[in-house]
Design a protein around this ligand. Structure first.
Ligand SMILES: Nc1ncnc2c1ncn2[C@@H]1O[C@H](COP(=O)(O)OP(=O)(O)OP(=O)(O)O)[C@@H](O)[C@H]1O
Ligand SMILES: [Mg+2]
Length: 232
């Protein structure tokens, strides 16, 4: 079953009175439960693409269908609701709320959903990313890698059908990076969460079932991993 259908997607920004095209004619369909990597040079449009797929931003042209819902037909509030129900997102720059502790940050999506035991579940998630003893820290009191792990716990918290992660290991040392990657793939196996990862780490990209390369705002290749481990 398709969880994400992207058709003829385009995005341009207005800058200095001109239209600056950032994405053009992007089309692909992702099946539920699969794992995907999006790779490409800096500035090629990966973060923009992830944001459009997750309903964080609206496309200029084309359509995104997430779990059967056409995002371009929704208002901003409706898109926020779809995100809270179906989507986990790990931002390239974490975007933790600075006035909330690690625990409170992880609790936000749970509270939005009206979960009763938000604090208990948030603490469990922080434990899984190895941060239970930092739960009362504010983002400024955490290292970059620790903030990344809080962002990961927050993205997991609403048990999303699809998780988008923008450079999830970008700021981590080898050991922590391995832990985070294992956690992502565990979530995929245990809960059937579809994983969409943007990464510069080719080893991580190699672990996914499908690899999409973007360059200059366009898809230049789309390959499936063979059983043998090579790309078709
Ligand atoms: N709000 C905006 N207004 C104008 N231009 C933007 C805006 N956001 C992004 N861009 C431009 O769109 C292009 C793609 O940006 P994007 O962040 O998607 O790249 P990326 O592939 O994620 O790069 P990186 O690997 O460095 O994170 C860049 O040239 C960027 O300058
Ligand atoms: Mg980016």
């Amino acid at each position: 079953m398709a969880i994400l259908r992207v058709e003829q997607l385009g995005k341009s920004y207005r800058s200095g009175g001109r239209e600056l095209p950032v994405l053009q004619n992007i089309s692909f369909t992702l099946n539920a439960g699969d794992t995907f990597a999006i790779v490409g040079p800096s500035g090629s449009g990966k973060t923009t693409l992830l944001g459009l797929c997750a309903g964080l931003d609206a496309a200029t042209t084309g359509s995104v269908e997430l779990n059967g819902i056409r995002l371009e037909r929704l208002s901003e509030d409706e898109r926020a609701q779809v995100r809270n129900q179906h989507v986990g997102f790990i931002f390239q720059n974490f975007q933790l709320i600075p006035t909330l502790t690690a625990l409170e940050n992880v609790m936000v999506p749970l509270e939005l959903r009206g979960e009763k035991q938000a604090d208990k579940r948030a603490l469990e998630l922080l434990e899984r990313v190895g941060l239970h003893n930092r739960h009362h820290h504010y983002p400024t009191q955490l290292s970059g890698g620790e903030q990344q792990r809080v962002a990961l716990a927050r993205a997991f918290s609403n048990q999303p059908k699809i998780l988008f992660a923008d450079e999830p290991t970008g700021n981590l040392d080898a050991e922590t990076s391995e832990k985070v990657v294992n956690l992502l793939f565990e979530l995929n196996r245990e809960q059937g969460t579809t994983l969409v990862l943007v990464t510069h780490d080719l080893e991580l990209a190699g672990k996914t079932q499908r690899l999409i390369r973007v360059k200059g705002g366009q898809v230049i290749s789309d390959s499936v991993m063979a059983e043998s481990g090579s790309r078709l």
